[in-house]
Design a protein around this ligand. Structure first.
Ligand SMILES: Cc1cc2nc3c(=O)[nH]c(=O)nc-3n(C[C@H](O)[C@H](O)[C@H](O)COP(=O)(O)OP(=O)(O)OC[C@H]3O[C@@H](n4cnc5c(N)ncnc54)[C@H](O)[C@@H]3O)c2cc1C
Length: 430
């Protein structure tokens, strides 16, 4: 019996375990596997294979019953998720996996292989020393243990592999990176850029740096990824691998090493803590189908389950040493974090551009880097307000709004959507 247990344990032992297969989990898997570690990636959701599992990727607007819009009742059933008809298969029904909330909270979960890397808006700006030095300079919270110089080479490492397009703008508070050619600003953005340049010295509109391949390099071709086709259908999953997702990039790269075992439908319950060694030694999962509880072991465990779930897993990881959750000596686990903050928006038809459309051309957007609280404190709050000037592709797919294919040749005029993001980066794990 003892031998049986030892064998079972050996079978379930890896060099490293990664919890979650989203943006960060995919990267962890790639790096660990490339460095020769036998790695188990545990993902609570279903498998999503690049290209094969993008069911709506090539559908036309009129192939969707509501031209992409989600009826209110369906939206409610999915917990007011931002998702649309063509991306509803990435959403979780609110009553399938309910959560308690005191205030309205739209939680986009991305419970599938690839996580939110399939759903994100692909904006990829670097932090600068203005960010890293913020708490020490302004006297709040805890000083960052690193500065920009420590992380800059790692930004480069990631950018080269992922493929980030953008301009070298030379702004000290938004460092330049390893950019592929930029995506062009649309006509309204160009206009606004000019107006800002004429009237201000401290604010600019630049092209947002975004994870789209505009000029494939050998490293992207090796991943089987090609140039962004500007279809602006990104959230459905891109068959060209034009934007960065774990599914198109890091996970297949890790798999190619032969070192990765990916186990979808594996809900991590908690981390096992070895009281004798004083170390984490493995994880407990619940198999989503059989409901069996299984243990896996490794010396290295990466928790990449997203902000809420990573906290939840640590809170669930109770031991004699950590009775309120692993690493929770200060009682802060599960508090003071935030998810991606977005959705303040306004849009307008812009005088002088009513005869133009940019529909279908621009998967990125202009970006106004922070201009307050940079060199001096301008406001009564610490931190940053960024503005993304986004082109809302879904509102501009010709045809959807009229419900007939003929409307595809009758696009609406240029409208510009303004999307504000209050950047709570100090506490934000996105
Ligand atoms: C609409 C939208 C737009 C966004 N736009 C941008 C942007 O432009 N730029 C930007 O930088 N960020 C953006 N983000 C945020 C970005 O998507 C997240 O910051 C990023 O995906 C977080 O990576 P992650 O690996 O921590 O989590 P995720 O990518 O969410 O991956 C977490 C994975 O863990 C799995 N998991 C969860 N719990 C468990 C468990 N118990 N056991 C096993 N697996 C588990 C999940 O199923 C998921 O696959 C956006 C997000 C949304 C929703």
């Amino acid at each position: 019996m003892a031998n049986l247990n030892i064998n079972a344990k050996k079978k379930n032992t890896y060099d490293a375990i990664v919890i979650g297969s989203g943006i960060s989990g995919g990267w962890a898997a790639k790096e660990l596997c490339e460095n020769g570690l036998k790695t188990l990636v545990l993902e609570r959701g279903r498998e999503v294979k690049h290209i094969e599992d993008y069911p709506t990727a090539t559908k036309h607007p009129w192939e969707f019953e509501h031209r992409g819009q989600v009826p209110l009742a369906v939206r409610e059933a999915y917990g007011r998720s931002f998702l649309r008809e063509e991306t509803l298969h990435w959403a979780i029904k609110a009553d399938e996996q309910p959560f308690v909330q005191e205030k309205p909270f739209t939680w986009t979960r991305g419970y599938h292989v690839g996580g939110k890397s399939l759903l994100w808006a692909r904006q990829t700006q670097r932090w600068s020393d203005f960010d890293f030095e913020g708490p020490a300079r302004d006297g709040y919270a805890i000083d960052w243990p690193i500065r920009y110089a420590d992380i800059a080479p790692w930004y480069s490492h990631v950018e080269k592999f992922a493929g980030i397009s953008g301009n070298k703008d030379g702004l000290p508070h938004l460092p330049d990176g390893e950019f592929l050619p930029p995506i062009e600003l649309n006509c309204v953005e160009q206009h606004l850029q000019g107006v800002l340049a004429k009237n201000y010295t401290d604010r600019q509109l630049i092209q947002g740096r975004c994870a789209h391949i505009t000029s494939p390099q050998p490293i992207h071709l090796q991943q089987g990824r090609g140039k962004c086709q500007h279809r602006n259908l990104c959230n459905r999953g891109c068959p060209f691998g034009g934007y960065f997702s774990a599914n198109a990039s890091t996970l297949p790269w890790a798999a190619k090493t032969g070192k990765m075992t990916l186990r979808p439908d594996s809900v991590v319950h908690s981390i096992i803590y070895d009281e004798k060694k004083g170390k984490a030694s493995g994880v407990r999962i619940v198999d989503a189908h059989s409901k069996e509880m299984i243990e896996y072991y490794a010396k290295v465990i990466f928790v990449n389950a997203g902000a809420v779930n990573s906290n939840m897993i640590l809170l669930n990881s109770i031991s004699e040493r950590f009775p309120t959750g692993l690493g929770n000596d200060n009682g802060l686990l599960g508090k003071y974090f935030t998810c991606h903050n977005y959705r303040g928006k306004a849009n307008a038809q812009v005088e002088g551009f009513l005869d133009k459309t940019t529909s279908g051309k621009n998967p990125s957007n202009g970006y106004i880097p922070r201009f307050r609280n940079v060199l001096k404190q301008d406001t009564d709050f610490y931190g940053v307000l960024h503005r993304d000037w986004s082109w809302p592709w879904h509102e501009h797919q010709p045809g959807w709004h009229r419900g007939r294919p003929e409307a595809a040749i009758d696009p609406s005029p240029t409208r510009q959507l303004e999307c504000e993001r209050l950047d709570a980066r100090r506490v934000c794990a996105h």
